[in-house]
Design a protein. Structure first.
Length: 305
């Protein structure tokens, strides 16, 4: 499943190629990929054709494109095209002459621009992802919705409950610390709760906990402020490194999150390294079952006190 760095790579690619362009046509070869748009294909097309993509915004793993409507007198966008990548979703910027991909689900045609291809294609083999148009609502704190150039204090209604991610400049460390203290659960379970802090999945939770020398079952009610700061700083550092790796390994025209290169696997210290020596102390990394997945940690560096 794509995590924050992979989705941010997609956001930056889309920002470069589609922001500021108008949508002139929409085709939906497979309606299953717009199933979250309850009013169907024609309403989906009607909401998009003629609209301009103002920006590409991300909070955690949630990605959306605020839309302007030429018929509206309001300067603030009220709707957005949301992209949910699922496990295998890809957003590809292509020329119309390029052959259609085998698993092409949705195709958007954009106004011409001399330096940019004209189509954005959503390709999804497993059909867990999809696109839909939705309303924007005010953010609860009155601050910009997420990463992007826009300073609009709005967010898709479906994402209003999602907490800010560690790379968000408006992330509130003290508010998160108070949530940790009140929750009374294990720290990894709290890190994976998108209502607490968004964008952290299983891979980067394991990596951040390893970097912070913290056991995944550490109780959140025992967290001191320096502990909260340590784990969030570790999450920021590991995701920033992953973002750098993803940003250099992807072709900006081929905005693809379905590949191992996006997870900078050669730089992982704990995740997926069960039975290998810990890069810090040499103790063998251990894997334990956790929430129907696994937690990878060093029994020495990350002792449960």
């Amino acid at each position: 499943m794509p995590e924050l760095p992979e989705v941010e790579v997609v956001r930056r690619g889309l920002e470069r190629w589609v922001a500021g362009r108008s949508i002139i046509d929409v085709s939906v070869p497979d309606p299953r990929s717009i199933r979250r748009h309850a009013l169907g294909v024609e309403d989906f097309r009607g909401n998009l054709i003629g609209a301009t993509v103002l920006d590409v915004v991300r909070r955690g793993k949630f990605l959306w494109m605020p839309l302007s409507d030429e018929l509206s007198s309001s300067a603030e966008p009220h709707t957005a095209l949301v992209a949910h990548l699922g496990m295998s979703g890809q957003l590809l910027v292509e020329s119309p002459e390029q052959p259609h991909e085998k698993h092409l689900k949705v195709r958007l045609s954009f106004s011409q621009r001399a330096d940019a291809p004209e189509e954005l294609r959503f390709v999804d083999q497993r059909i867990f992802g999809g696109l839909f148009v939705t309303s924007l609502v005010p953010t609860s704190d009155g601050l910009p919705g997420g990463a992007g150039r826009s300073d609009a204090a709005s967010i898709p209604a479906e994402a209003a409950h999602i907490g800010r991610d560690p790379l968000d400049p408006h992330f509130d460390m003290e508010a998160l610390h108070q949530k940790f203290r009140a929750r009374k659960t294990g720290i990894k379970r709290a890190l994976l709760d998108q209502a607490f802090v968004s964008g952290i999945g299983n891979i980067y939770a394991d990596e951040a906990l390893w970097a912070a020398k913290m056991h995944y079952a550490r109780r959140t009610e025992t967290m001191r402020r320096p502990d909260t700061e340590r784990i969030i700083h570790a999450a920021r550092e590991v995701m920033s490194r992953a973002l750098d790796a993803g940003g250099t390994s992807f072709d900006s025209l081929y905005v693809n999150v379905n590949g191992a290169s996006g997870y900078f696997s050669r730089s992982l210290n704990a995740y997926g390294r069960d039975g290998e020596p810990c890069p810090r102390c040499g103790t063998l990394i251990k894997r334990e079952t956790f929430m129907n997945r696994g937690s990878h940690f060093c029994p020495l560096c990350q002792r449960l006190r």
